[in-house]
Structure formats: structure tokens, C-alpha cells
Design a protein around this ligand. Structure first.
Ligand SMILES: *[C@@H]1O[C@H](CO)[C@@H](O)[C@H](O)[C@H]1NC(C)=O
Ligand SMILES: *[C@@H]1O[C@H](CO)[C@@H](O)[C@H](O)[C@H]1NC(C)=O
Ligand SMILES: *[C@@H]1O[C@H](CO)[C@@H](O)[C@H](O)[C@H]1NC(C)=O
Length: 442
């Protein structure tokens, strides 16, 4: 046969094969490889409605926050509070880190207390912005009811000198900067204001953001509740033999279906859960394993953080592992009971550790008990030994004891709680049952 004829015959054969494939579907031996598992992608759309009724923070609340800040600054005899776009600027002016990418060119929120003619303190709000970005800065979603002064610094000027010439009070007294402000900004401010002292804001200012209002707590309850509902919904779709990565895809898709932003998740099976932040392998779930899911997401800027260590309905868990689960469960409950208005944060950490110590397991709780939570997943204050912060009404923390025995087993249970008006601690997940009650009832 000539080469041309051979080519034509091969082409016809390929066409016939394609036709047969389309008419009959893939041969059985092929379908085994084209489908990754017999389980279809689970439907989590029922989670969408849980927080649909919860409103974001209204403009009026931002004005109240600025007013409280101005009064606090005045009472501390400070001339201003300065923050870069981030959680604190998000709290005081809706200027979160997702709104403006930090670069070497400073964009700063400056709030200074001013005394009006009636001798009342009010907040003067300024945005220091690169001059060529002025139009974009004015598009930031700062509540429109705020009266904002835009201070534009040209490329050939010192941004901090521009700020001082517009706000002369910066040049004397104390200037507080948010704790997350980058060093070159603190340094530049200090050089431009030799007569003042530029220092990180003290606890009186940090507490304005740390202690949540009723409307913030409504958001935080809902976001934590729906995060727990997402874990339970994922568990309902899990099976022995699946991989950690598959559970990871499920929980991320459940959090997205719940309408949450910034989803984060750890899915760890068996002894992999003994490494609190994961192992990097993609383990298969065995019939005797616990599965650990630790996840978070945000609603209107406020974050959840929930961990469950659980068994599947038909799993048979070793009695020794079950004892560890019950011990962690007691530690979590005892820590919650210890956390009241007026308690020192270190005492709450100790309550959990003492519970484990009584059974000889204290050395397996290798991390602090918990962290503040709100506009950041981890924020001050922290529940840890050595900390002398005082817990007050409105504070929110994670309560997350664990036992980690490397190469064997890891158990962590985590719910976030708030301190109510009566000074008592309540889990933010309480509306959907609160703490787990057994590895089979997470
Ligand atoms: C705060 O910013 C968000 C966008 O991040 C926006 O949707 C919301 O309306 C703003 N809030 C107010 C009170 O302007
Ligand atoms: C307050 O700060 C000013 C400078 O801004 C200073 O002159 C004054 O002594 C301070 N007052 C107190 C009570 O510290
Ligand atoms: C909370 O504790 C603080 C400091 O110990 C105290 O001043 C305040 O009155 C307490 N509030 C409640 C509601 O118990």
C-alpha cells in the first residue's frame, strides 16, 4: 500500500472508533479510570439559608466606634490613632486588608480627637493616600456618612511630613499606632514628629475592638454555627477509604455553600491528627480512625473557628482513643466554666491543662488553649499560660484543648465562646447544640 492510502485507512478507522464510542459510551474497563470514585459531589446548598438573615455592621456603628476611640484617645491624652488597612482599620472605618493591597507607599487611617465649640470630643477621620491614588482611595467602602479628610502625598514628598502639616497635633504628645503597623511606617512617623512619642496602642484601645457588641456577636454566633453545621454535613458524606484531600474539598465546598468567605480547613485522619497543623500526606480513612476537621470562614468580616474530632457511624474506635476523646471533652468544658468576667486568661488555659494532668496527659497538649477571634481568626487576647490579660464581657475566644500523641492519635475539640452580660461564658455554637457530646455526635 502507498503511504497515502495507509494514512486514509488509519483515519477512517479512528473515525469509526469515535462513532462507536459515542453510540455505546466508554467501555467498562475505561470507566473505572475516568471516575475517581462512586460518590457524587455532595450537595450542601441547604447551608445557604442559615445566616441569610444576619445583617452586616451598619454605618451608624462605625460612627459610634470612631466616637469611642476619640474619647479614649482624649482620656489617654493622645493626639491620634493610626492604622494601615487591616482588621483594626476595618473595625474603625470599614477599611479592611482586602480593600487595599499594602505596598511600600503608605495609605493610612488617622483618627484624632477634636474638641468642638461645645467642649465635646469628636473624631476627626483622615486618610493619608498616595496622590496619584487619590481617586481610588475615595472609592474605598468607608461609610459615606463619615466626614473624611483626604491627605494626598505626592511621589516626591515625605508622606509623614504631609500628614503632620495637615494635622499639627500629631507633632506633640503621644501618637498610637495599631500593633500590626509595619516598622518603616512607625519609623517614618517618629522621624516626622520628633516632639511626639509614637507607640503601639495600649490595652484601652485594643479592648474597643476585642470586646464585641451585640450586633457583632449575632454575626459571630451565626458564622460559628454554620461552620459546625458544615462539618456535620461533610461527616454525613464521608466514608471509610476516602482520602484527607477529598474531605478537604468537601468542607471547603460546604463552607462556600454556607456563604462564607476566606474558607480554611485542615482534614486529618488517624495519627496524622497528632500534628496540630497537619502532616502534608494524604492519608486514607481507616475503619478504626478518628477524623479531625478544623475549619474557619468569615461572614461580614467576622471569622469562625471550629474543630471536631469524630468517628463515622460504622467506625469502631479503640477504647483507649475513646478515653482520650472524653478527656479532651472534659478539658474543654472545664475551661469554659473557668472563663468568666474578671478571670485572668492564664487561669483558663490552666483549667484545661489541670484536667489533662489529672490523667497524666498534660504533656500532650503542646499549644496554648485558645485565642481571641473576630475580625481576625487569631487576635488578642490569648488564652495561654504566662498571660495576665483580664477576660471581660464581650470578649470572644476559641476553647480548643487537644491531645497529640505522635505516630498514634490526635484529638482536638474546638468551639469559640463569648462572655455575656452576666459575665458567663457561652459557646458561639450553642444555637446548634454547642460542644460535641460524643465522637458519633459531633
Ligand atoms: C463596608 O464594606 C463592605 C465591602 O467590604 C461593603 O459591602 C459595606 O457596605 C460597607 N459598610 C458600610 C456601612 O458602608
Ligand atoms: C497631655 O499632652 C500634652 C502634649 O500633647 C502635654 O503638654 C500635657 O502635659 C499632657 N497632659 C497630661 C495630663 O499628661
Ligand atoms: C467584670 O469584671 C470587671 C473587672 O473585674 C468589673 O469591673 C465589672 O464590674 C465586671 N462586670 C460584670 C458584668 O460582672
Amino acid at each position: 500500500m502507498s503511504a497515502l492510502l495507509q494514512l486514509i485507512v488509519v483515519c477512517i478507522l479512528i473515525q469509526v472508533l469515535i462513532l462507536v464510542y459515542h453510540l455505546t459510551g466508554p467501555p467498562k474497563s475505561l470507566s473505572r479510570f475516568t471516575r475517581t470514585s462512586s460518590h457524587t459531589a455532595p450537595d450542601f446548598s441547604h447551608l445557604a439559608e442559615h445566616c441569610a438573615h444576619v445583617p452586616p455592621i451598619p454605618a451608624a456603628s462605625f460612627l459610634e466606634r470612631q466616637q469611642s476611640l476619640a474619647q479614649t484617645l482624649h482620656s489617654l491624652n493622645a493626639s491620634a490613632y493610626i492604622a494601615e488597612p487591616g482588621a483594626s482599620a476595618g473595625y474603625f472605618a470599614n477599611l479592611s486588608g482586602s480593600q487595599w493591597h499594602l505596598s511600600e507607599r503608605p495609605l493610612l487611617l488617622i483618627i484624632s480627637p477634636e474638641i468642638n465649640s461645645a467642649e465635646q470630643v469628636h473624631a476627626k477621620v483622615s486618610i493619608l493616600t498616595p496622590a496619584f491614588e487619590l481617586t481610588r482611595a475615595k472609592l474605598l467602602p468607608l461609610p459615606s456618612s463619615i466626614d473624611i479628610a483626604y491627605l494626598a502625598w505626592p511621589e516626591d514628598a515625605d508622606p509623614f511630613a504631609v500628614a503632620v502639616s495637615a494635622i499639627p497635633s500629631l507633632s506633640e504628645g503621644t501618637v498610637f499606632v495599631d500593633g500590626m503597623t509595619r516598622n518603616f511606617i512607625v519609623d517614618g512617623l517618629q522621624k516626622a514628629t520628633p516632639g511626639s512619642e509614637v507607640v503601639v496602642s495600649p490595652v484601652e484601645i485594643r479592648r474597643l475592638r476585642e470586646r464585641k457588641s451585640k450586633e457583632e456577636l449575632e454575626i459571630m454566633k451565626c458564622v460559628n454555627e454554620v461552620t459546625l453545621l458544615a462539618i456535620r454535613a461533610v461527616r454525613d458524606n464521608m466514608y471509610v477509604g476516602m482520602r484527607e484531600s477529598e474531605a478537604h474539598r468537601m468542607i471547603v465546598s460546604a463552607l462556600a455553600a454556607a456563604g462564607l468567605q476566606d474558607p480554611g480547613a485542615l482534614t486529618l485522619f488517624g495519627e496524622n491528627a497528632a500534628l496540630p497543623h497537619g502532616s502534608g500526606t494524604d492519608r486514607v480513612l481507616g475503619a478504626h480512625d478518628f477524623a479531625l476537621i478544623d475549619c474557619d470562614g468569615s461572614l461580614h468580616g467576622y471569622h469562625s473557628d471550629v474543630t471536631r474530632t469524630f468517628a463515622l457511624p460504622d467506625s469502631t474506635v479503640h477504647a483507649a482513643h475513646l478515653r482520650l476523646w472524653n478527656l479532651v471533652h472534659s478539658a474543654q468544658a472545664n475551661a469554659l466554666a473557668a472563663a468568666q468576667n474578671g478571670t485572668i486568661t492564664a487561669e483558663v488555659d490552666r483549667a484545661a491543662r489541670d484536667t489533662l494532668h489529672a490523667q497524666g496527659y498534660a504533656q500532650y497538649l503542646t499549644h496554648r488553649l485558645g485565642h481571641g477571634v473576630g475580625l481576625e481568626v487569631h487576635e488578642s487576647p490569648y488564652l495561654r499560660g504566662g498571660s495576665d490579660d483580664v477576660i471581660l464581657t464581650g470578649h470572644t475566644f476559641s476553647d480548643e484543648p487537644g491531645i497529640y500523641i505522635e505516630g498514634q492519635v490526635g484529638v482536638r475539640l474546638e468551639d469559640c465562646f463569648y462572655v455575656n452580660e452576666d459575665g458567663q461564658s457561652i459557646f458561639l455554637t450553642e444555637g446548634v447544640g454547642g460542644a460535641a457530646t460524643s465522637p458519633w455526635k459531633p
